[in-house]
Design a protein around this ligand. Structure first.
Ligand SMILES: Cc1ncc(COP(=O)(O)O)c(C=O)c1O
Length: 388
């Protein structure tokens, strides 16, 4: 009896992300230096950890309501208002999720039906496509690689026109993983002006909003509240990846629907994590600043080194990634390049193909690593490139 044949056919079409696959593949190489995973190398701030410990002592070991503890939702709504000038009613328009990951799944599964189309700027973080596929919807890419990885309003409008009524949602992610590129106020406004003409949901994943280096982050919800499902969380801003806290902010009619999917996926986010989240959002409202200063130094260092080695890089203005074009004299296939680099120099970076076809020919370096490790990584990269 082969029960695997009886699986949901859509599951056959998805796979463990290439980022994880590649990371596992190179992990056994002796002395490997990994700049692979998108996670802060900082520890969660002490005061936030203490709030988590206190919550355990105080027996916060029961379920919370589906949408999360009132004090977290209030704190999240105030955080958003203070930082990005968008306001959501904490009682009916805020959901606490298990990381941004569950926020993405609950939103997409809440809105998609078989045959719907979802537009994605490419290259793109690989956390959306599998959920779209599970819902039997179709992915349409908008390749931004010849426009400095910025989605232009013209390309967005042309794609919306081409695919017509079947388009159910557009996903935005800025600052972007993998490119680090973000959008200025004018760019956000121009995209919103196009989107408001179409009856589509806009899922805006702004998980890196606290990590912008040049200008303050502008949420598209400021211009397009009624259509936007805004996703954020504490993984990157407060170095809390393992606590699994994310948020959905959306108009109450949409939240009311998404909450049903959220309930049956997870019931609610972990209670101890939610208590720590209140501390992070209120007392730690500016915790990202210290990390941001260090990330910026690292960005400048890696950017300068990589360009001096002959890589073309669109200078990132957010997140903690450098997305670099492989120089012409090197292996052009990004997977082969990264495997060769890992085998010869014990340096692991992610092949651009992990972010879709539009990422082929590039590599992604995560600079969420100590300056000492980045210096060593750049020494290895230079040796590899000059020996080509
Ligand atoms: C763009 C983007 N969205 C979502 C996530 C997932 O975040 P979380 O840890 O909150 O689930 C990541 C993590 O790397 C990401 O880069």
């Amino acid at each position: 009896m082969d029960l695997t044949k009886r699986f949901n056919k859509q599951v056959d079409k998805i796979a463990v992300s290439l980022i994880r696959q590649f990371d596992e593949r190179v992990s056994s190489i002796p002395n490997i230096l990994k700049l692979t995973l998108g996670e802060p190398d900082f520890n969660t701030p002490e005061h936030v950890k203490n709030a988590g410990s206190q919550a355990i002592t105080d027996n916060f070991s029961h379920y919370t309501g589906m949408s999360g503890l009132p004090d977290v939702r209030q704190a999240a709504s105030q955080f958003l208002e203070k930082k990005y000038h968008v306001s959501y009613d904490w009682q009916s328009e805020v959901l606490v999720t298990v990381g941004a990951t569950e926020a993405i799944s609950a939103s997409l599964l809440g809105i998609l039906e078989p045959g719907d189309k979802v537009l994605l700027p490419a290259p793109i973080y690989p956390g959306y496509e599998p959920v779209i596929t599970l819902a039997d919807a179709e992915i349409i890419y908008m390749d931004t690689s010849d426009n400095g990885f910025v989605l232009s309003p013209e390309l967005l409008e042309a794609t919306l026109e081409e695919h017509g009524e079947k388009v159910k949602a557009v996903i935005l992610n800025y600052p972007s993983n993998p490119t680090g590129v973000t959008y200025s106020r004018e760019e956000v406004q121009a995209l919103a002006d196009v989107l408001k003409k179409y009856p589509v949901f806009v899922i805006s994943d702004e998980i890196y909003s606290e990590l912008t280096y040049d200008e303050d982050h502008v949420s598209i919800a400021e211009y397009l509240r009624e259509q936007t499902i805004l996703i954020n969380g504490l993984s990157k801003s407060h170095a809390m990846t393992g606590w699994r806290v994310g948020f959905i902010f959306a108009p109450k009619e949409l939240t009311k629907e998404i909450i049903k999917v959220h309930q049956y996926l997870v019931t609610a986010a972990a209670t101890v994590s939610q208590k720590a989240a209140v501390q992070a959002l209120v007392e730690g409202i500016n915790d990202a600043q210290v990390m941001k200063k260090e990330y910026q130094e690292r960005r400048d260092f890696v950017y300068e080194k990589m360009t001096s080695f002959g890589f073309e890089v669109a200078k990132p203005s957010g997140a903690f990634y450098i997305f670099a074009k492989i120089p012409a004299n090197c292996i052009q296939d990004s997977m082969e390049f990264c495997v060769d680099l890992a085998e010869k120099e014990a340096l692991a970076v992610i092949p651009g193909i992990a972010f879709g076809d539009a990422g082929e020919g590039y590599i992604r370096i995560s600079y969420a690593a100590s300056l000492a490790n980045l210096e060593e990584a750049m020494t290895r990269m230079e040796r590899y490139i000059t020996e080509k």
